[in-house]
Write a protein of this length. Structure first.
Length: 393
């Protein structure tokens, strides 16, 4: 495949995650009322997707190392289409949660393979650059997803917003079947014996470079997920935004994230990976601290939350390509498995955060502002310590 086609597939596959979350967020309040669900049940439709997404990668990763990326992608995208149709047709919160769980399993195949493809084709330093291009494409998709979800929910219903995911899945499946070429290097057959897999997982987890970059991506995603899981309720129900206004705010957030990925590529060339991550750590803690301090001081407006979050998102656009590519970099022979473990860790943290938020949402802005402040502190510490000591330049 040409480099341009590779980046297109990266954007398409990585974009599964914001499509399944951002497009769905404007519909959450309406969904909660229509299905007469509690706050905890509503949050479970999001956290169950993410937990299934994380856990399924532990299966998809070794399978893709054994049989290749293409067959795993075809199966995963086909299942994503089926689950999306089922979600759109659900008429109870329990049925919706079931289909969203299957959707998370299917989504795991696409996102895991995207990270593995980067390691199949590129060395770690170049991989961060290519990953940032793919995540720029993700940013474009996220820009579209939230406004489209808001408009579909306002004009029709939350069912229409979820049906749009099926359309995205059909387009992705068709493109993969038509143009995707296998990227897994030809080599000895990877064993799927449980003992061999356990030994591979152990070797990856104890690698300090994997730990450093996984901690970076985990903390960065923890902050993003805190905003995603709480912002629709805080901004719409507490601060009075409409679903369409909320979608536009999410689009602005995605544009800043895209700017972060562009900035990442420029900084990598000039400063190298470690110094780039250190600078992004300053952005992260600045945004999180501003948001937390303003809310505690009684300044609880849309702009007091949104502008600091944009600073955080600029750093997020740097942390994610560096963290995801850096975690997989040391394992060219087990890129799928390493990608799976990195993704699994991110989703376990997201699930735990979602469970806590489901019990902590109290009609105030504090679960959002203080939660994001917490993650920004951990992110800055990781950027300035673990990555500087164990990260590869």
């Amino acid at each position: 495949m040409s480099p341009e086609l590779t980046v297109l597939f990266l954007a398409l596959l990585l974009g599964l995650q914001p499509m399944a979350t951002d497009l769905y967020l404007p519909a959450l309040p309406a969904l909660k009322l229509d299905l007469e669900a509690s706050m905890a049940q509503t949050q479970l439709t999001l956290t169950s997707l993410l937990l299934a997404f994380g856990m399924s990668q532990l299966v998809w990763g070794p399978l893709s190392d054994r049989f290749g990326r293409r067959p795993v992608l075809l199966v995963g995208m086909g299942a994503f289409v089926v689950a999306s149709i089922g979600s759109a047709m659900a008429h109870s919160i329990e049925t919706l949660t079931m289909w969203r769980t299957l959707q998370g399993v299917a989504m795991g195949a696409g996102v895991m393979c995207a990270r593995a493809i980067v390691r199949d084709l590129y060395q770690p330093a170049q991989g961060a650059n290519v990953m940032s291009k793919g995540l720029s494409g993700l940013g474009i998709i996220a820009c579209i997803a939230a406004p489209v979800g808001g408009v579909l929910t306002a004009v029709w219903s939350w069912h229409a917003a979820l049906l749009a995911l099926a359309v995205y899945g059909v387009v992705g499946l068709g493109l993969i079947a038509w143009r995707f070429e296998e990227t897994l290097p030809v080599g000895p057959v990877r064993s799927l014996h449980p003992y061999v897999l356990a030994q591979t997982w152990f070797n990856i987890i104890r690698n300090p470079t994997f730990v450093a970059y996984s901690a970076l991506s985990v903390c960065s995603y923890g902050g993003l997920f805190t905003f995603l899981a709480t912002s629709s309720f805080v901004l719409i129900q507490v601060l009075g935004l409409s679903a369409t206004q909320y979608g536009m705010a999410m689009m602005g957030m995605s544009l800043v994230y895209m700017a972060g990925t562009f900035l990442c590529r420029r900084l990598l060339v000039r400063w190298g990976l470690k110094r780039t991550v250190a600078l992004a750590g300053i952005m992260s803690i600045t945004g999180g601290t501003l948001m937390g301090v303003l809310s505690l001081a009684g300044v609880q407006s849309f702009w007091a939350i949104y502008l600091p979050h944009l600073i955080f998102m600029l750093g997020h656009g740097i942390h994610q390509p560096c963290g995801q590519s850096g975690a997989v970099g040391p394992f060219p022979e087990a890129a799928g498995t390493a990608s799976a473990l990195n993704g699994f860790l991110m989703m376990v943290v997201a699930f735990g955060t979602g469970q806590w938020l489901g019990k902590s949402m109290d009609g105030t802005v504090f679960p959002l502002t203080l939660g994001l402040w917490f993650w920004s502190v951990l992110l800055a510490i990781t950027s300035w310590t673990l990555v500087q000591r164990y990260g590869k330049s």
